[in-house]
Design a protein around this ligand. Structure first.
Ligand code: ATP
Ligand code: MG
Length: 357
């Protein structure tokens, strides 16, 4: 069956879906067999992110989607219809995306259903849905990721019980950390599946998050911090999404976090890191400019250098002129002023280009 990793967060928008998709692609490219299942029946963010160009139905192998498995449970006589039948020998619907497989949540991203037909009534029922779903998955996988919805419910509790690891994504703000603390405390009571905590969209320089987390449980694994990456945010779901991921600060940091998890849980598969070329040389500087896009950072840094060079040349020229004034010097240092103005122009361009998309 492979290692099952349940991706959760205390509050919405922390970055679960992005992390799931990028890790799946990284592991898939490293030759691992990876399946991602979109368990977020209402937002269905993963299905939308991966198949956003297909606004009608997704072309996939025939068979039940995650929402079909959920609706199948409500076929019992005490419910008012709504549920659907699944053939005895039907296999789960699988679609290939790049280097990994996907079990989508729905066949069409604008599908609407009755809330009562979808949500399990209790953890037991949710576990049955998940077990049935896993039994019907054709093929073998090294890793299966569940992209769960934010917060806590029966389905998340069941996925935590069934899985091999629960990966909790949080942002740095107090509310996000607090909701994470609460979720982790709850999940720790439900099962002793290892829980990993990763901090996402980090803007400050400090990478060690240990002291910031409430010490709920010593078994919580720290997977470090992933910086805020403007390019990734701006291209989320866009045409250049995967191309942007490949050269992103985000992808590199996520690979490091994965390796920390693999180390802690003795998983054999590590991701390669250190391949990314930093266009402005200093990692510290790049992180400090995370509000700008990559192009913006390059323009900004080289703009500053050019402006400083202009200043230096102009000042230098003035000093030489004043020393040689008696000897008839006094030319205006035009090239210094021009370099300074170009530098300022580049910096302005950097700020404007980053706010454009
Ligand atoms: N490190 C990051 N830097 C910049 N933007 C990020 C980062 N991680 C995620 N995002 C952005 O945050 C937004 C929410 O991400 P995502 O949909 O993955 O979150 P989620 O936790 O799955 O949300 P939901 O709770 O709705 O399912 C997206 O626009 C995504 O691009
Ligand atoms: Mg999501």
């Amino acid at each position: 069956m492979g290692v099952i990793i349940n991706v959760v967060s205390g509050k919405g928008g922390a970055g679960k879906t992005l992390l799931t998709a990028v890790l799946a692609e990284a592991l898939g490219r490293a030759g691992k067999r990876v399946l991602v299942a979109d368990l977020d029946v209402f937002v269905r963010g993963l299905t939308a992110l991966l198949f956003f160009r297909l606004d009608d139905r997704i072309t996939m192998s025939d068979g039940p989607t995650v929402s079909d498995f959920l609706r199948n449970k409500s076929r019992s006589p005490d419910r008012n219809g709504g549920g659907i039948d699944i053939d005895e020998d039907a296999k789960a619907a699988i679609v290939r995306c790049r280097s990994f497989d996907v079990l989508p949540c729905v066949a069409s991203v604008n599908e609407i259903f009755n809330f009562r037909d979808v949500m399990p009534d209790n953890i037991e029922e949710a576990r049955n849905v998940l077990s049935r779903m896993l039994e019907r998955i054709p093929g073998e996988y090294d890793y299966i990721f569940f992209d769960s919805r934010a917060g806590y419910d029966e389905f998340i509790a069941a996925a935590h019980q069934i899985g091999d690891c629960t990966l909790c994504v949080e942002e740095s703000d107090r509310i996000s950390r607090l909701t994470s603390d609460n979720l982790i405390a709850q999940l720790s009571r439900d099962a002793d599946t290892p829980i990993v905590r990763v901090r996402n969209k980090v803007r400050e320089q400090k990478e060690n998050i240990q002291e910031k987390n409430n010490n709920i449980n010593n078994n919580i694994i720290d997977a470090g911090a992933i910086p805020f990456d403007t390019d990734v945010m701006e291209n989320f779901g866009g045409d250049a999404f995967w191309a942007e991921i490949d050269r992103s600060v985000y992808r590199e940091a996520l690979a490091k976090s994965w390796n920390m998890i693999a180390d802690a849980l003795s998983w054999p598969d590590k991701l390669k890191t250190g391949k990314r070329v930093n266009p402005i040389g200093l990692r510290y500087l790049e992180r400090s400019l995370s509000m700008l896009s990559t192009i913006g950072r390059i323009l900004f840094v080289y703009g500053i250098l050019l402006a400083l060079l202009g200043l230096f040349l102009t000042a230098g020229d003035n000093i030489i002129n004043s020393l040689t004034a008696s000897a008839g010097g006094g030319n205006t240092p035009l090239w210094g002023i021009a370099a300074g103005l170009c530098g300022l122009g580049l910096m302005a361009g950097a700020v404007m280009s980053s706010g454009k998309k």
